[in-house]
Design a protein around this ligand. Structure first.
Ligand code: 5MM
Length: 341
């Protein structure tokens, strides 16, 4: 496999394959497990992720890479095989979430700044050694009538750009994730407000990436779709697709090889329908695919329910969602395919 950043980035977003975001930090995976009454321990986290990564069909056909939390990058399956080897054997690329979380931003009430730059160069060298060939950093942008502020968008964009430059020096493809929140508080903004904030954010992110001398051909953008807030859902699938493409075309240079969306709290089927409608518009200057966490995992987690005897059921659910999203990455998903399955 080529070690060129440009080749790795292409491999992550082409062929109708996309990314599995399985990088829930310890506190987030605990919330997910709470929903199925399962205690979050190193072993239960291992069992859950092993169920996903050993879904052979999904991993081989539909998943190009997996974003891991640090614990998982160095973890082994129950039989002692390193997870990194299982992922690679399926033809997918192991990746690593390297930010240390969004923290309250001093002097900016209700906004956050994502941390993790201190010592990042050394950490990236260790992650590369462990097999990671791409990384992820998420900046969180709150939307309200008065937010975000220019200061918080600029600070998050600068951190994303510093992170991306460090990754490229370490031979790792950066996924740059500026997430304008759909399900933040109050979550009652409409799609026009989301478009305005997303466009503003992406403009500043690409300014900072240029100033940091990031090679756009060796990175992937992971944005939100342009969509109504969680508490004000109205726009049709076609409107979401049109608004999203309009904002991205206005802000994302064609040198970027791929866009891999986050699902951001959409239902599993909404996230698939929107991705498919975006690709169906056609003539996009980048490959457009998925990098979903909840929208790939929710039904699988429920079917598995923390029980060994449900591993096959969990894998079936994961494979189904991965297949549906793979079709969506080519603009070929149809609602009746869900029923047929
Ligand atoms: C899987 O969730 C990721 C990590 O979350 P925490 O750091 O809060 O634990 C998250 O960054 C994720 O990769 C993206 O937001 C996409 O996930 P969704 O669920 O929005 O598709």
């Amino acid at each position: 496999m080529s070690e060129r950043l440009e080749d790795i980035a292409m491999q992550m977003v082409t062929g109708g394959r996309g990314l599995l975001a399985a990088d829930e930090s310890t506190s987030t995976i605990k919330k997910r497990f709470d929903a199925i009454n399962l205690e979050s321990t190193e072993t239960s986290r291992r069992d859950y992720r092993e169920m996903l990564f050993r879904s052979d069909e999904a991993m081989k056909k539909y998943i190009s890479g997996v974003i891991l939390f640090e614990e998982t990058l160095f973890q082994k399956a129950a039989d002692g095989t390193p997870f990194v080897d299982i992922i690679r054997a399926a033809g997918a690329i192991p990746g690593i979430k390297v930010d240390t979380g969004a923290k309250p931003m001093a002097k900016y009430p209700a906004e956050t700044i994502t941390e993790g730059l201190d010592g990042l160069g050394e950490r990236l060298a260790r992650y590369y050694e462990a097999g990671a060939r791409f990384a992820k950093w998420r900046g969180v942008i709150a939307i309200s009538p008065t937010l975000p502020t220019r200061g918080s968008v600029r600070a998050n964009a600068q951190a994303l750009a510093r992170y991306a430059a460090l990754c490229q020096e370490a031979g790792i493809v950066p996924i740059v994730e500026p997430e304008c929140l759909m399900d933040g508080k109050p979550g009652d903004h409409n799609i026009d407000r989301c478009a305005e904030v997303t466009e503003f954010t992406l403009r500043i992110v690409f300014e900072e990436l240029a100033d940091a001398r990031v090679n756009l051909e060796g990175m992937i953008l992971k944005p939100n779709m342009v969509i109504d807030g969680r508490n004000a859902r109205k726009a049709s699938v076609a409107e979401v697709a049109e608004c999203t493409v309009k904002v991205l075309k206005a802000t994302v240079p064609p040198a970027v090889p791929g866009i891999a969306f986050l699902s951001g709290g959409q239902t599993t089927e909404e996230a698939t329908a929107h991705l498919s409608a975006i690709n169906a518009i056609g003539h996009l200057p980048w490959f457009v695919t998925f990098s979903y966490g909840r929208a790939l995992q929710d039904s699988s987690l429920k079917a598995w329910n923390g029980k060994q005897e449900n591993v096959a059921a969990g894998q079936r659910e994961f494979t189904h969602r991965a297949e549906m999203n793979s079709l969506a990455a080519k603009g070929n998903w149809k609602k009746d395919l869900e029923k047929a399955a």
